[in-house]
Design a protein around this ligand. Structure first.
Ligand SMILES: [Zn+2]
Ligand SMILES: [Zn+2]
Length: 183
């Protein structure tokens, strides 16, 4: 992508104070990779943000909260990296697993071991994580209640979903296959 191509009007005066001095303006690039000059000079833009903050204090509060949360996250991750990189990886993994499945990574791995590393439907060997020797395990859950069920291979996981988790549909599918397989 080409960069530093000036686009838009770089000679237009600041809409508030009328200055045309290019060094007074901030520039920004858009998705097209071209550089655009702002419509207001830096000083006037700052005044506008301040005025807007006075008029919409809740917007400013939300922005500040977003920033401090982001800073807190960055600081915490940095601190963890310095103090104990291994524990940091584990903490991040735990948080990710908790967000996706509602349990820690340890509990996730424990459940997998308890199940013997086999798909609960077709009994094929499955692997925890993408890098294992077998197809990756999917921890199935009840879509209505969110309750965890068991680990499935991706085929069985898709099959259950495609059948809308319906025992009736799957039972009828068995009858259908039996009929056509000539039992
Ligand atoms: Zn200005
Ligand atoms: Zn399976």
């Amino acid at each position: 992508m080409e960069t530093n191509i000036k686009a838009g009007d770089w000679t237009r005066p600041c809409r508030d104070c009328g200055t045309v001095e290019e060094s007074c303006f901030d520039v920004g690039s858009k998705r097209d990779g071209k550089t655009y000059r702002k419509s207001y000079c830096r000083t006037c833009a700052r005044v506008r943000v301040k005025a807007n903050d006075r008029q919409n204090p809740e917007m400013k509060r939300a922005r500040d909260a977003r920033r401090s949360k982001r800073d807190w996250h960055a600081d915490t991750l940095k601190r963890w990296a310095q103090e104990d990189p291994v524990a940091r990886r584990q903490k991040i993994r735990n948080a990710n697993t908790r967000r996706t499945h509602g349990i820690s990574a340890d509990e996730y791995a424990f459940r997998f071991q308890q199940q013997g590393g086999l798909c609960a439907i077709c009994a094929k060997e499955i692997s925890l994580g993408r890098s294992g020797p077998h197809a990756p395990a999917h921890l199935d859950h009840d879509y209505k209640t969110g309750a965890l069920r068991e680990f499935l291979c991706s085929h069985c996981n898709v099959m259950v979903g495609m059948a809308h988790e319906s025992e009736d549909i799957l039972a009828t599918a068995i009858l259908y296959l039996e009929k056509h397989n000539g039992y």
